[in-house]
Design a protein around this ligand. Sequence first.
Ligand SMILES: Nc1ncnc2c1ncn2[C@@H]1O[C@H](COP(=O)(O)OP(=O)(O)OP(=O)(O)O)[C@@H](O)[C@H]1O
Length: 292
Amino acid sequence: MTVLARVRDLTRRYHDTTALDGVSLDVPAGQVLGLLGPNGAGKSTLINVMTGLLRPSAGSVELCGGDPRSESTRRVIGVTPQETGLPETWRIAELVDFVAAHFPDPVDRAELLDRFDLTPLADRQAGGLSGGQQRRVAVALAFVGRPRLVFLDEPTTGLDVDARRTLWDGIRSFHADGGAVLLTSHYIEEVEALADRVVVMDQGRIIADGSVAEIRGQVRLKRVTLTDPILPPLSGVASIERDTDRTHLLTNDATALVRELVTSGASFTDIEIESASLEDAFLAITGDRRTT
Ligand SMILES: Nc1ncnc2c1ncn2[C@@H]1O[C@H](COP(=O)(O)OP(=O)(O)OP(=O)(O)O)[C@@H](O)[C@H]1O
């Protein structure tokens, strides 16, 4: 297995805040790794240190066998930080050509624009595009240099559903060609849709690392959904959520919960039992730590 990014015992402090606290992580070639965690967990700091934008307080980062700050390393990675500013008067085609000029074997401009559904915007000035359109351009630019590894910090924040799906398709086609991606997201369904592996961070540390299925399995939550329930007090319910006409009970033991519902004479219709989503699992993992 070729390791593209090797992070060892990484610590980063801002004055008295420890944003990263001894993080170690390998990103192999060809993997899409989704980084999840609540606000302030350290995700952006990790990306910024890994891509050489910030210096670590302690620990080390190796990208494609080199220093993230060296020019030769920067040619084989692509980065879209959380905040990007495009030069307002530049046309999108000019921007792509400008970025392409920094790489030895860039993607053909028409191919890149097509892959990210940006062809209709090619002659538009960046400053005249909507926030979502600018975001799509900023993400597409990370792929211009045929990188081996791309870092995307919340790539689809602010995008509507169609634009998000178009971006996902672009990321998937890069992955299908063997590219590796490390992405952060607040959209759990984005990580479920794209990632081979999920790393969950909280308070500057990695608290879970596995496949989507493994992260779900780590908490073994089941979601029991009922219509119109009148519920007595129940043991073994981790949380209760209500939407317009359904009530969702999260539990580690669905069999015991259903038995309890039936024997207690609770009133309900239309019961459904399913595995918890990654979001449920993620909340359970971070929540558990907070209460210990
Ligand atoms: N420039 C800075 N100066 C001081 N503290 C900072 C700075 N940047 C980040 N922090 C702190 O470091 C911690 C980690 O922040 P970071 O932005 O890496 O988290 P995050 O997981 O990316 O959050 P979000 O999901 O909100 O983007 C937070 O406590 C944050 O307040």
